[in-house]
Write a protein that binds this ligand. Structure first.
Ligand SMILES: Nc1ncnc2c1ncn2[C@@H]1O[C@H](COP(=O)(O)OP(=O)(O)O)[C@@H](O)[C@H]1O
Ligand SMILES: [Mg+2]
Length: 339
């Protein structure tokens, strides 16, 4: 558990005075959770990441890991406690003259762990990230996603409780990003980690994160459980999470549809729709009412997530929804018409 309390960070301004980069940040990262910190470039994300990884000290406020304030340690105690936090750097942070296995071994060698133990631990870590067959490859012989997995294994070498990733998936294609995020989710469960995922890509966090904090100009402007943000019509983050779906819709596997209930919609429509469409049906919002004895009426906003990229089958998706009893409008179409 990480608790960030009243955290401020200022840097000296070149012309004199101070520039406040982080202002009164309060955030709790629960055990075994994935917390995403999102925000535009320049918002202060990397500064927060440097404070959490104990590379820099806050101007005021505290960072508690399992109840212990680590933010003001120095010297040997800092070096010791820093092991609680594993950081995934950008892929370029791998040493190019060392193999995957040798890169993973670095933190262990630095600590003076005996050779046989290093060998054993590195083998475990390679296995955990699925790179056993690439142990002797150099970074130049690995794909972007594989390099990132080496970085993750190295960050886990010293059994941290917290895994911190600052833009680790930026620059990877969406599919590789998804693979890395599912790996992180699995590792969280396997090693009981709290994961802090810092990113400017909303798309990356939609599925992986349990909790999101949005920062803007050094302040947290919104935070909450992903499910709460998504279902709150006033949440700006919730809107961004959905509208990214919409923007990508035609070339992607996602459609956002507003379904209007007809009289004959069966109660198990989610299952029926999901089977007929071959898509996961996520209910993003709904208002449904019993009107007298006439039946149930209302609207629901659903995210349809298809197993394969969608082509021109939108009309047939609509047909199938109509057959279930819905009148379906697709948000992306509506937006196109509006634009
Ligand atoms: N060492 C520093 N000295 C002065 N200003 C800094 C320093 N580090 C970051 N900043 C400023 O803090 C702001 C936030 O930067 P950063 O944390 O890197 O944002 P992000 O990672 O969200 O893009 C920027 O305006 C940046 O110029
Ligand atoms: Mg940054």
């Amino acid at each position: 558990m990480i608790e960030i309390k009243n955290l401020y960070k200022s840097y000296p301004r070149s012309g004199g005075g101070e520039i406040a980069v982080l202002k009164d940040i309060n955030l709790a990262v629960a055990d075994r959770s994935i917390t995403a910190i999102v925000g535009a470039s320049g918002a202060g994300k990397s500064t927060l990441s440097k404070l959490i990884s104990l590379l820099e000290q806050p101007t005021s406020g505290s960072i508690l890991v399992n109840g212990k304030d680590l933010s003001r340690l120095r010297g040997e105690s800092l070096r010791h406690e820093r092991r609680a936090i594993g950081t995934i750097f950008q892929s370029s942070a791998l040493l190019s003259r060392k193999t995957a296995a040798e890169n993973i071994a670095l933190p262990l060698e630095y600590l003076g762990v005996v050779k046989s133990d290093i060998k054993k631990r590195v083998a475990e870590l390679l296995e955990a990230v699925g790179l056993t067959s690439r142990r002797d490859y150099y970074p130049s012989q690995l794909s972007g996603g594989q390099k990132q997995r080496v970085g993750i294994a190295r960050a886990l070498a010293l059994h941290p409780q917290v895994l911190l990733s600052d833009e680790a998936t930026s620059g990877l294609d969406p599919e590789t990003t998804e693979t890395i995020l599912s790996l992180l989710t699995r590792l969280r469960d396997e090693f009981d980690l709290s994961i802090v995922l810092i990113t400017h890509e909303m798309d990356a966090v939609r599925h992986a994160a349990n909790y999101i904090a949005a920062i803007k100009d050094g302040e947290i402007v919104e935070q909450g459980k992903v499910s709460d943000l998504l279902s709150n019509p006033h949440s700006s983050v919730g809107r961004q999470l959905i509208s990214l779906n919409v923007a990508d819709a035609f070339n992607d596997r996602h459609l956002v549809a507003e379904l209007i209930y007809g009289a004959g919609v069966p109660s198990d429509w989610v299952q029926i729709a999901s089977e007929k469409l071959g898509a996961a049906v996520h209910i993003l919002g709904a208002k449904i009412e019993q009107i007298g004895n006439d039946g149930i009426y209302g609207r629901t906003l659903v995210g349809l997530e298809f197993a394969k990229p969608l082509g021109v089958e939108i009309e047939s998706v609509k047909e199938q929804l109509r057959a279930i009893g819905f009148h379906a409008e697709f948000r992306n179409e509506l937006e196109r018409i509006a634009a």
